[in-house]
Design a protein around this ligand. Structure first.
Ligand code: NIG
Ligand code: FE
Length: 425
């Protein structure tokens, strides 16, 4: 208070300042629409940058030299001297299945010996073994198990995460998962966006009655509505067909859910086309999306969420055709797909490395995809994903000399500080 009375030129007051960043990647300029094409090369980079925040929101970003003349500190303000480190928006991990019980390292051993992911699922393992471990757990128990995974995410620089249900496959257990997400949203610094994925696998009670389970999922919709922002379906040959997915998602859309889709992950199924037809917020995986599907997604502005950690961990012979997608004008986001079967990894920086080396994305494209476009994949781009005045002060600082070192120094966590809503966590 006193400071502003003394110096009226400093209209901006801050309770957090991060200064002397070697580089600040603001990712600015795409809050309305996701980045596509040449915009994906623009990091909004400020060399020698600084950032100021007040009550969890960014109030100023610019060159460190300009900080002192523009911003005054309130009493007790926190000042972080980054000493040349790299600052960027906290990662937005827009696709995970982070609430489950149990663990499936035995499947890794089986897959190394030659079993495929779908064979394991069809023999009653895979997703169904996690369902057995998850059912019967209370929301509180599930939240306690998942808290450790969220801690890992935060430590690796993720500040917003989407979490899908889908390891319950009946109303009570699906609700328990979504309630665990709600508990974690209240008690963990990460922000969680809940998605209902009742159509993740055929519930064991419905063996031989796929149509019956589709109806059961549709009946669950209005009961989970208060707990989930999005509805998703695992659309894949041998899991849920395009027709079944359409039925579920049309009803979800009618009830006000946002729409997402696991599309063309293991085989070309027509999932990308369906996501475009329904005007989904995102179409995810897309490893085998058709050229028409990619064009349709680009035309409809559906974000393609690519998950190269899955291709890596399932030893897929090919990866998603990211370059073709970018050329088609699609908006691309990157996420972990953190789950116990196809990608038990919370680390977004490692996903950046895979995106660069296997999807052949440039480092700049990958960084935009992991931040601002991830925010678009969750409908949150006015709030997170870039460092711009008015948005949440969600910042990650890497103990590295340049942003190019983030995918380069792979396999080790180089995160130095994580700021969530203006507070160091
Ligand atoms: O996104 N594809 C379907 N679901 C998850 C895997 C879930 C699991 O194996 O537990 C995925 O890859
Ligand atoms: Fe998934």
């Amino acid at each position: 208070m006193e400071q502003t009375m003394i110096d009226r030129t400093k209209e901006i007051e801050a309770d957090l300042v991060i200064t002397h960043c070697g580089q600040i990647l603001t990712m600015a300029g795409a809050t309305e629409r996701p980045k596509t094409g040449a915009q994906m090369d623009d990091l909004g980079l400020i060399p020698g940058g600084a950032l100021a925040a007040r009550e969890g929101r960014i109030v100023w970003v610019g060159k460190a030299e300009g900080l002192e003349s523009s911003v005054s500190l309130v009493e007790g303000a926190r000042v972080i001297d980054a000493q040349g480190r790299v600052a960027l928006p906290g990662f937005v991990d827009s696709h995970t299945h982070a609430v489950f019980a149990g663990s499936r390292e035995g499947e890794l051993a089986a897959r190394i010996r030659g079993k495929t992911y779908l064979e394991i699922l069809q023999e009653g393992g895979g997703i169904l073994s996690t369902v057995r471990a998850t059912r019967g757990r209370s929301p509180e128990e599930l939240a306690e198990v998942s808290r450790g995974y969220l801690d890992n995410m935060l430590r690796h620089g993720t500040t917003t995460v989407e979490v899908k249900s889908g390891y319950g496959l009946d109303l009570e257990s699906e609700l328990a998962i979504l309630q665990a997400v709600e508990i974690l949203n209240r008690t963990h610094p990460l922000d969680l966006i809940p998605t209902f994925l009742g159509a993740h696998a055929l519930a064991p009670e419905y063996a031989g009655d796929q149509a019956g389970y589709v109806e059961a999922v549709i009946r669950m919709l209005h009961q989970v509505k208060g707990f989930a922002r999005y509805c998703d379906v695992f659309c894949e040959e041998g899991v849920f067909s395009v027709e079944e997915s359409r039925r579920i998602l049309l009803e979800a859309r009618r009830q006000g859910f946002g729409i997402k889709l696991h599309a063309d992950e293991l085989r070309p199924t027509g999932g990308a086309e369906l996501a475009a037809e329904l005007g989904a917020t995102s179409a995810d995986h897309l490893d085998h999306a058709s050229p028409q599907g990619m064009r349709a997604l680009a035309e409809k502005g559906v974000v393609g969420v690519l998950l190269p950690g899955v291709s890596f961990f399932l030893m897929a012979p090919t990866y998603a055709p990211a370059r073709q997608m970018l050329e088609a004008g699609m908006a691309i986001a990157l996420a972990t797909d953190f789950n116990p079967g196809s990608c038990p990894c919370e680390n977004m920086a490692l996903i950046l490395t895979l995106a660069c080396l296997q999807l052949k994305m440039t480092i700049e494209q990958a960084l935009n995809a992991a931040t601002i476009n991830g925010a678009h994949a969750l409908g949150l781009a006015l709030e997170v994903g870039s460092l711009e005045v008015g948005k949440a002060a969600d910042v990650v600082l890497f103990d590295l000399p340049s942003y190019q070192a983030i995918p380069y120094r792979f396999g080790v966590n180089h995160v130095w500080r994580v700021i969530k809503k203006g507070k160091e966590v």
